[in-house]
Design a protein around this ligand. Structure first.
Ligand SMILES: [Zn+2]
Length: 260
């Protein structure tokens, strides 16, 4: 029991440690032979790379952040590699960047996702399937991430499960806050647009032990979004919105720490 309490304290303490730069993995979706959504020789993989690079540069200039770019070129990267980068660098946050498509050309606007433990809705499942299509095994959405350090410390299964639950709860709570901060700082938000916060079993999110979120910048299949997604100034401005969202998240976490 004493050991259990010790672990619970460790989990709480680690989330209350003094404010330090936030290690952020900026993850441009797709790459290599996987070009993602496509329209008129415009490829999702190129758009996500541009926005990811802009965001990486903005974060690099800000001492509150330690950014890592999961892919800095058009080369491919598997979904599990992306999750591995976040684990290896002990990231505080992973933001995966994507572009949407839909058979209905009226569907438009940015969407923000995080993984939680509720049943995913059908539309999110469809989207998750598209984003996961290059991974050999489709996720079920029920797989919980495993925390390596728990195995290494040979905890009893009961204690490990309590600590895992605490860590998962904390990760989901933080992920939902990231998504809220990103959404409220998104200037493209207009009344009537389908800016949504959803939960979906994306492989890259389901494997994460760090808080994580996924943004779909807009729909290639919508004419207005297409114009924005093929305009470099607009892409830069989207990266700025994401940057302001991440700053707001960092500030709110630092304040929560002080309030405690
Ligand atoms: Zn995608």
């Amino acid at each position: 029991m004493r050991r259990t309490l010790g672990w619970i304290f460790l989990v709480l303490f680690s989330s209350l440690a003094s404010a330090k730069p936030l290690t952020v993995v900026v993850d441009p979706g797709h790459g290599g032979r996987d070009r993602g959504a496509t329209r008129k020789n415009v490829f999702e993989a190129d758009i996500t790379l541009k926005v990811g690079q802009h965001l990486f540069e903005l974060l690099k200039k800000d001492r509150q952040f330690r950014p890592i770019l999961s892919r800095a070129s058009t080369n491919g990267l598997s979904l599990s590699d992306r999750a591995h980068i976040a684990k290896k660098t002990q990231a505080d946050l992973l933001l995966s960047i994507h572009v949407n498509s839909n058979p209905d050309p009226r569907a438009r606007g940015a969407e923000f996702y995080f993984q939680n433990q509720l049943e995913p809705d059908e539309e999110s499942m469809f989207l998750a399937h598209k984003e996961n299509s290059f991974e050999e095994e489709a996720p079920t959405g029920k797989e919980a991430p495993t925390y390596d350090f728990l195995d290494q410390n040979r905890l009893s299964p009961d204690v490990a499960s309590i600590v895992t639950d605490l860590l998962n709860g904390d990760r989901v709570w933080r992920s939902s806050h990231i998504v809220k901060a990103l959404k409220s700082n998104w200037r493209g938000f207009r009344k009537g647009r389908t800016n949504a916060v959803r939960q979906a079993p994306f492989f890259v999110l389901s494997q994460m032990t760090a808080p994580s979120a996924l943004v779909e910048l807009g729909f290639l299949t919508n004419n207005e979004d297409f114009a924005d997604l093929t305009n470099d100034d607009k892409l830069r401005s989207m990266a700025e919105d994401l940057y302001r969202g991440l700053k707001a998240y960092k500030d709110s976490m630092d304040k929560a720490r002080v309030a405690f």
